[in-house]
Ligand binder design. Structure first.
Ligand code: URA
Length: 294
């Protein structure tokens, strides 16, 4: 990131903090968003609030447990196997492309129930300081092959812009790379099978901060089963899973999923999300002094 850009972000952060939650206007909700907020949205995942019921029937949007990722049957691929596919490449975008090719060849989604037209691997700056990790592609994402382009994505984009950034400067991806039937919440087994690819995306991009959007991404990356209310708003270190070589030191800020925010569009929730994002702006500002130029 260039000095001018950093200065602009710092200025913007200052202004935004003074103004409050300006990316989601308080008391002045645009018609489209107000509608979105009041309508239930079957194409977007819900924000699970409770812990999972392991072994129980999988209700739509049932909250998963990530406490134990070990499942009978197929094992997740090893980090070494994935790294072999891109380690010889220097350019981060070329590395991501090679990793995507490996994902397509392995097709971990063949081992679970999915219904997709396109793989949604992720997009954005391959050297981004900031990465967003959501849950799984929805209908619009599946149709376009791009993450977060539906209504939740439009809200995410507003949040990113309010931070003084753009979609192109960050990297956006999901835990699952294919759409779950009925937008069901990913199970722990599905997430475990896809996690190695997500971890290699992180290793390649080397973000300073990851914002996890919602419970599945938060619990998967942090390897916890705590509820969102105790996780969001606080910094967490990314556990490196015993394969720390080349893994950047990444700090994670969990926040509510934009689809949840659309459904529970209260001033309190908007303030919470904005408070989480302003912490991210501050952290990126602090880190920028010592960071490489991006
Ligand atoms: N919800 C997600 O979690 N990811 C997307 O890409 C879109 C909606």
């Amino acid at each position: 990131m260039q000095d001018d850009a950093r200065r602009l972000i710092a200025q913007h952060a200052q202004t935004a903090k003074l103004m409050g939650v300006d990316f989601l206007p308080l008391g002045n909700v645009p018609a489209a968003l107000a509608q979105a907020a009041s309508a239930s949205n079957p194409t977007e995942p819900t924000e699970p609030t409770e812990s999972a019921q392991p072994g129980g029937p999988r209700a739509p949007h049932a909250p998963p447990s990530f406490e134990s990722a070990d499942q009978p049957g197929v094992s997740p691929i090893s980090a070494d196997d994935l790294q072999q596919t891109y380690a010889h490449l220097g350019d981060p975008q070329a590395r991501l492309d090679a990793l995507r090719g490996k994902y397509e060849a392995d097709a971990p989604h063949q081992h679970f129930n999915t219904q997709f037209a396109n793989i949604v691997f992720g997009e954005g700056n391959p050297q981004a300081d900031l990465m967003f990790v959501g849950e799984a592609p929805g209908e619009q994402e599946d149709l376009t092959g791009r993450p977060f382009v539906g209504r939740a994505g439009q809200l995410l984009e507003k949040m990113i812009q309010a931070m003084g950034l753009s979609r192109e400067t960050v990297y956006i991806t999901n835990v699952l790379k294919t759409r779950p039937p009925g937008n069901a919440t990913p199970t722990s087994r599905e997430s475990a099978l896809c996690k190695p690819y997500l971890m290699e995306q992180i290793r390649i991009i080397e973000p300073k901060v990851i914002v996890t959007l919602g419970l599945p991404a938060t619990q998967l990356l942090l390897k916890v089963s705590s509820p969102m209310r105790s996780m969001r708003g606080h910094w967490h270190a990314l556990p490196t899973e015993g394969n720390a070589e080349g893994m950047p030191r990444v700090e994670i800020m969990p926040t509510y999923h934009p689809a949840y925010l659309l459904r529970s569009y209260t001033e309190e929730n908007r303030r919470k999300v904005w408070s989480d994002l302003t912490q991210v702006i501050d952290k990126l500002g602090e880190a920028s002094g010592a960071s490489r130029v991006r």
